[in-house]
Ligand binder design. Structure first.
Ligand SMILES: [Zn+2]
Length: 169
């Protein structure tokens, strides 16, 4: 069992080892997950969770249609799987990388899981809760505020969505 860290402690910025995956590499992995998703009619959104050492704990794609579950967003599925791997709900020190800006539900789950960093690709101006429509992640009223890195491989992430919606129109 991993020892518990101080609640709401900030990410150890500057303490990053050189062999950690880059943010672009994390988004590339999330893109691969999204692109390889089964053709269930689900919007191709992928997410990956890595620990502070850069080890992948979990990866998932959006499966709302596949599971018939309104909460089966890629981020939620990846956070749940990562917590299961760790054997605890706290994901201190972890980074969540996702191809599209998280919604309010997923941003809330990030805070509950104490994720240290969120990296995302494309902005989602209609539902985004990480800086576009809302900024739940960095709301100063929150005790836990992860570091947020936005717009990583933005064009590739947006292109995957655009091709999906072009096919489903
Ligand atoms: Zn969501």
């Amino acid at each position: 069992m991993t020892p518990a860290l101080d609640d709401g402690s900030p990410a150890p910025a500057g303490a990053v080892a050189s062999d950690l995956p880059t943010d672009a590499a994390l988004i590339r992995r999330a893109l691969a997950i999204a692109a390889a998703a089964p053709r269930t009619g689900d919007v191709p959104i992928g997410a990956v969770v890595v620990d502070a050492e850069g080890r992948e704990l979990a990866a998932a794609c959006n499966a709302r249609e596949a599971l018939g579950d309104p909460t089966a967003h890629a981020e939620i599925l990846a956070l749940r799987a990562a917590a299961a791997v760790r054997g605890e709900w706290r994901l201190d020190g972890c980074t969540l990388a996702v191809t599209v800006e998280p919604c309010t539900m997923c941003a809330g789950a990030v805070g509950l899981a104490r994720v240290a960093r969120v990296v995302f690709g494309a902005w989602e101006p209609r539902t985004g809760a990480a800086g576009s429509l809302w900024d739940v992640l960095r709301d100063r009223r929150q005790n836990h505020r992860p570091e947020v890195v936005a717009g990583v491989l933005e064009k590739e992430c947006a292109a995957l969505l655009e091709s999906f919606f072009a096919d489903h129109r």
